[in-house]
Write a protein that binds this ligand. Structure first.
Ligand code: GLN
Length: 209
């Protein structure tokens, strides 16, 4: 990686522009990824929030799953928010039986888990990797992480109320995922954390070259 890393935002569907905006503000080179050929240039990839059933269907029709899995297998950092988290999960509950995912994150997630009455809500969550100040998290028909495999680091849980203990941010090596939408708030710390993941991988591979 020379200069700013290129972090693509998968643009099959969803809130692509907001992620590109956050990454660009942080000094990364970022653009929507609409063609398979663009994946080769990605030092990191964001899978945005949106609607995972639609995203999965479009990915299948256009043949994205294998190239995305190869990119992940190559260790290129990926960050999924909300529907993007679902796309990265190894197992999804309350999905259509044919809903395919990229996988790579050894978690079970439940779609639309917070229930109909609370389709959308905002809440401060503690995310110690970002520092002491809580992160103001926006949840929109959000999934939660129902269980995690070994090797998955829990980065944030809901800390109070009825849903206390619910896991809403995880990391497994180069794969990061949040139930909420950091791209919809001005607080760039989650994106900063992801850019750091991308940059530190770049430094490692330069070091070993
Ligand atoms: N409920 C959506 C899904 O299953 C995710 C919602 C979102 O990304 N805001 O894909």
């Amino acid at each position: 990686m020379s200069g700013a890393p290129f972090i693509g935002v998968l643009a099959l569907q969803g809130d692509v522009r907001e992620h590109v905006g956050a990454l660009t503000r942080l000094g990364a080179d970022s653009a929507p990824v609409r063609a398979l050929e663009q994946l080769d240039a990605c030092d990191g990839l964001v899978i945005p929030g949106g609607e995972s059933t639609t995203m999965s269907r479009l990915a299948r029709i256009d043949g994205w799953f294998e190239p995305l899995r190869s990119l992940r297998a190559a260790g290129v950092p990926m960050f999924g928010s909300c529907a993007g988290m679902i796309m990265l999960a190894d197992q999804v509950l309350d999905a259509r039986p044919d809903q395919e995912t990229v996988g790579g994150l050894d978690v079970v997630v439940r779609r639309n888990a917070f229930g109909r009455q609370v389709d959308s809500f905002e809440m401060d969550v503690d995310m110690p990797v970002l520092g002491e100040r809580p992160f103001h998290a926006v949840f929109i028909r959000a999934p939660w992480v129902e269980s995690v495999g070994q090797g998955v680091e829990v980065l944030a849980e809901i800390s109070a109320g009825e849903r206390a203990g619910t896991i809403v941010a995880v990391r497994q090596g180069p794969v990061l995922a949040t139930s909420f939408h950091p791209e919809l708030t001005p607080d760039d710390r989650v994106h900063r954390y992801f850019v750091d993941m991308v940059e530190s991988r770049g430094e490692r591979s330069r070091g070993s070259a």
